[in-house]
Design a protein around this ligand. Structure first.
Ligand SMILES: Cc1ncc(COP(=O)(O)O)c(C=O)c1O
Length: 429
């Protein structure tokens, strides 16, 4: 679709972007190029590929035609310049930071993040010499006060997992840019159908494609997309991107590739040297999933609204945190940033705390008790005993995952069936 006009709608691009009939066979759907490697035309062609003087395929740890189609599709839907797909959302986050940070560097991150990201940043990244400071990004004054000159990125989930918290992305982007650093937005929960962070100042987007992009709970995947608009040279904070890179015989990625230099470094150094490549079969499954993204997200949101409204008046429920409800503190930001609806993952509190939460997950039948979101099926989890168990109780509460909290990811079943299942489980608490 590269040569087609930009004004195609998002729905059209979800189906067509990045894919074209196979040049040899005419196959209309993007084939699964299940191959590790690619034959060179001759020695000069091989040399040009290795020197990054021509684009093409060498080895599937770096590039693969099925994965490339997916990269182009996600970058297109986000309105980005370029993207790199990889094995999972966590590897996308690792690769994004690897392209930005040196040992001894610091970055800022929102307190409202998926629990696994908090552990990745706060514990495992530390072992690489990358330090994080967590800050309450719902409070812009707190963010202003927390920013230090040495911070090299601000990482947020504009629509946060698990609490359905909505951040003022544009205001946070402005603060990041005033301090010459990039804003990285994890857009997993929203998908580009509901929210496009580049339109509100973000510079880099990460995705766990494992969730709503794929949408069927079949395939792991991640993506790192760049807007192409950040001025890496002017910022002065990213010598590893701007200066000669010893991992690529002295090449400067920004000087050589300009507005897609960050993606080239992410692929040619991060992906090459650490190796979290996406499998072609997963890329195929994710491409197929994205073709119905717009239809699925519409129904996810519609069902979530119905379930949240039901829970909000249930006697066994103490609160519901869904920005689609009129009394949510995030309702105004939802109107501004999420006119199509604030996703389908949200939390609610059960009267009776930890024990009642455990009872609900043990007594649902239709809804699956598991650690995922963004499936066609409705899913439930009790974060305090699962995804957020590595965190202290203080961190659990700060990230919206206290002992009474249950997280729902509302699927595409008949809304009344989801509601009846929850009603029956709640009646046993
Ligand atoms: C918002 C968010 N970001 C990132 C991740 C990590 O993605 P993955 O499980 O694909 O590594 C998750 C996983 O649940 C998530 O919910």
């Amino acid at each position: 679709m590269t040569n087609q006009p930009k004004e195609y709608g998002l729905e059209t691009r979800a189906i067509h972007a990045g894919s074209r009939p196979d040049a040899t066979t005419g196959a209309r759907n993007t084939p699964i190029y299940q191959t590790t490697s690619y034959v060179f035309d001759d020695v000069d062609h091989a040399a040009d590929l290795f020197n990054l003087q021509t684009f093409g395929f060498i080895y599937s740890r770096l590039t693969n035609p099925t994965v490339s189609a997916l990269e182009e599709r996600i970058a297109n839907l986000e309105g980005g310049r370029a993207g790199v797909c990889c094995a999972s959302g966590h590897s996308a986050q690792f690769l994004a930071f690897f392209s930005l940070l040196e040992p001894g560097d610091r970055f800022l991150a929102s307190k409202n993040l998926y629990g696994g990201s908090m552990t990745q940043f706060g514990v495992s990244f530390k072992r690489l010499g990358w330090d994080v400071d967590f800050v309450d990004c719902t409070d812009l004054e707190a963010v202003k006060a927390a920013i230090k000159p040495e911070h090299k990125a601000l990482f947020i989930e504009p629509l946060a997992n698990p609490g359905g918290v909505i951040l003022d992305t544009q205001a946070l982007a402005d603060l990041a840019h005033e301090n010459q650093m990039v804003l990285i937005a994890d857009n997993t929960m929203a998908t580009p159908y509901l929210f496009r962070p580049f339109e509100h100042g973000a510079d880099i987007i990460t995705h766990s494609a494992t969730k709503f992009l794929g949408g069927h709970g079949t395939s792991m995947g991640g993506a790192v997309i760049e807007s192409g608009k950040f001025d890496w040279v002017k910022s002065g904070k990213y010598p590893a991107l701007v200066e000669a890179d010893p991992a690529y015989h002295g090449l400067s990625f920004i000087e050589t590739f300009g507005d897609f230099g960050f993606s080239m470094k992410t692929r040619c150094v991060g992906l090459r040297d650490f190796g979290p490549a996406m499998s072609p079969t997963n890329a195929f499954n994710l491409l197929t999933g994205i073709e119905t993204l717009h239809l699925r997200m519409e129904r996810h949101v519609e069902n979530a609204r119905k379930v949240a409204t039901f829970l909000a008046q249930h006697p066994a429920v103490s609160w519901v945190s869904y920005a689609g409800l009129a009394d949510s503190p995030y309702h105004d930001l939802a109107q501004k940033y999420f006119p199509k609806g604030p996703g389908s993952v949200f939390t609610f509190g059960v009267k009776g705390g930890f024990e009642a939460g455990v009872k609900v997950v043990e007594n649902v039948n239709l809804i699956s008790h598991l650690a995922n979101i963004g499936d066609t099926r409705s899913l439930i989890i009790h974060p305090a005993s699962t995804t957020h168990r590595q965190l202290s109780e203080e961190q659990q509460i700060a990230s919206g995952a206290g002992p009474d909290v249950l997280r729902l990811s509302i699927g595409l079943e008949t809304a009344d069936d989801i509601i009846r299942d929850l009603d029956e489980a709640l009646s046993l608490t």
